[in-house]
Design a protein around this ligand. Sequence first.
Ligand SMILES: Cc1ncc(COP(=O)(O)O)c(C=O)c1O
Length: 470
Amino acid sequence: MKSTNEKHHDSVDTSVFGSDEMLRVSPKNEIPKNPMPQDIAYQIVHDEAMLDGNARLNMATFVTTWMDEGARQIMIESMDKNMIDKSEYPQTAEIERKCVNIMAKLWNSPEKPYCTGASTVGSSEACMLGGLAALFRWKAKRRAEGKSTDKPNFIISSAYQVVWEKFAHYWELEMREVPISFDKPCMQADDVVKLCDENTFLVVPIQGVTHTGMNDDVEGINNALDELNMKTKWDIPIHVDAATGGFILPFLQPERKWDFRLKWVLSISTSGHKFGLVYPGLGWVIWKDKKYLPDNMVFNVNYLGSEVGTTAINFSRPGNYVLAQYYQFIRLGFKGYKEIQSNVMETKNYLSGQIKHLGFTLLNEETPNPLFCWYMKDDKKRKWTLYDLSDVMRQDGWQIPAYSLPKNMEDVVVMRIVVRQGTGIDLADRLIDDMKRHIQELDNRKEPSDTWLIMNKSQKVKDRGFSHNR
Ligand SMILES: Cc1ncc(COP(=O)(O)O)c(C=O)c1O
């Protein structure tokens, strides 16, 4: 029996916040026994998520945090479409094909009339697919030559994103790293060639290195591999991880050769959800030609009504992200993308100038992507670290990661800002004002901070709070 004074929400008089549910702890570990009204369930989930950081103030993420109303509308009305059901949703499949063609042409694919590629959940899946295709091609070639396929390796900068570590781990591959340094912040041809041998199935230059915002020298690496491949007949190809740069270079540096114009670039991946300007959940992988996508990576799915080839690791996936990408392509056009990417670069240049004025040192004076890092030179008077600054900036809602650089430079602690659409000069000024105030407070503290004490006892401080791999 319900007590007489219990407030039943199904009575029209009881508001959400007047209901009994508001006095209960929301379910943590077990599914509740009974249903609850829709508006109360909504409020509980909404309010808990409200405590997350504000996505627009998240200067750590590369991922899109703003789309216009038209895009949101398309996403909402098509979020029930499963990308894999290509025979049920043939137009969504067709739009995916249009996007593949558009992407491939942005990267100067020579393939006609249709280009070869696929949408994915993000760059991670796209990198895996590009890497796997190269591995299978290498294995097929080695088998045809009667040679062993036991010890495949690939070459990448030590500033790789964690997906490449996963790739090596899942498929038991050797990952050969070219260490970055102050002198060589990007992977260069001479260091790559030194690491190549007959078991090298792939070289992976990055356009938009996650940790630094720099671009590896794809053209130089391509030319060096061309020479090496001619001499050895190893045919070592390139997959470009252009998670960030794939949507920056075509608009801002169209003359720079990093893409399918280069002989040994056989596949490229990017994140539609980064500078492709779509909310998180979308990546792309494109091959230079159908012949570089091994047949054993195209699976014919026939239980959904007809035989359709798919190339993906995941099966079911929302189709609305692909529709949103197409919306962005036709809404913005080349000009619109160029304007947005130019604005984020200008804001990035403005912000990095302001950060320098605050007394910090930029890791790289110029970055070709809309992100930059800075560090602090030793100063005997200062008793705090960038980890502290990162912590205190959170008090104002700003999420700015501090982390140590990869192997070979692990003693250097940097802070990083990624500028995305939605961060203009005005917001940048607010950030700098807040930072100035917090720096003053840190300078005025009487006691050294915990992280300063740890670092000055030369113990490593673990990266805290943020993942720098986003
Ligand atoms: C260079 C690079 N590769 C791959 C990835 C993984 O991308 P995603 O988050 O789209 O899976 C990232 C993410 O930041 C990246 O910067």
